[in-house]
Design a protein around this ligand. Structure first.
Ligand SMILES: Cc1cc2nc3c(=O)[nH]c(=O)nc-3n(C[C@H](O)[C@H](O)[C@H](O)COP(=O)(O)O)c2cc1C
Length: 220
């Protein structure tokens, strides 16, 4: 009986040792394959969305997106941005109308070139427009705002919510006649609108645009 127990024990020990050895085997090309990385996939699948469904984004999702935005890094943790989440249809229409009025007679690049067409929306008809303003007295504020924005874009993408940075809306708020609009969004004099972000449920799946890897050089 004692012999039997000893034999079983030594067989189990052997199995354990060989198991450990297997784990230490050098990795083959197959075992080195990168595991599915949801963060990388999310970054690579995000696209600017310019066609939205009319329904409003769920408040809980928007709360999470904003939470991600304000958790972006900022110089000296000053969180130098001012952010307004606009969902009021009259105010959205006013912002668009002002853009269209300012665009009259101008040849603007990109989608703004269609500003005089029926049904044009500078923020692509998204039901939510996030306005991002930088601190005029903080040299790092534009970087802070950019990082804030990227967190918004990527967290939204992770929930399959569409976004598009809208640089064109800055002009609407930065004209001398924009006092009423600035008052409507409660923006202090210390801050200046630098872009908007359209947010809404996607109604298109655009292809990725070209990226130029040559802009990046390794110096070793
Ligand atoms: C600072 C900035 C301003 C932009 N302004 C606009 C804009 O006014 N209207 C628009 O439709 N897209 C705008 N975009 C979106 C870019 O056109 C878009 O990010 C770029 O073409 C790459 O496409 P992707 O986002 O789908 O990868 C802007 C992007 C950035 C970063």
């Amino acid at each position: 009986m004692r012999m039997k127990i000893l034999a079983v024990l030594s067989i189990s020990l052997l199995a354990l040792v060989s198991c450990n050895q297997a784990a230490k085997e050098p990795q083959t090309e197959k075992t080195l394959e990168t595991p599915k990385n949801v963060v990388v996939e999310n970054i690579l699948s995000r696209r600017s969305i310019r066609v939205y469904k009319p329904e409003q984004v769920a408040q809980a999702q928007l709360d999470t997106i904003i939470q991600c935005g304000i958790n972006a890094p900022s110089a000296l943790n000053k969180q130098s941005w001012e952010v307004r989440v606009i969902q009021n249809p009259e105010l959205l229409a006013q912002i668009n109308a002002k853009f269209v009025e300012n665009a009259k007679g101008k040849s603007l690049p990109g989608s703004a070139s269609k500003a005089q067409q029926e049904g044009f929306s500078v923020f692509h008809g998204a039901p939510t427009l996030i306005i991002v303003a930088k601190d005029k007295n903080n040299g790092a504020s534009e970087v802070d705002c950019g990082l804030f924005a990227q967190n918004i874009l990527l967290s939204a993408e992770s929930m399959n919510i569409g976004t598009c940075v809208i640089g064109s809306v800055a002009s609407v708020f930065n004209k001398p006649d924009a006092k009423d609009l600035l008052k409507a969004i409660n923006l202090p004099d210390t801050h200046e609108v630098i872009f908007g972000i359209s947010v809404g449920y996607k109604n298109e799946s655009p292809e990725a645009k070209n990226r130029d890897a040559n802009k990046v050089q390794y110096i070793k």
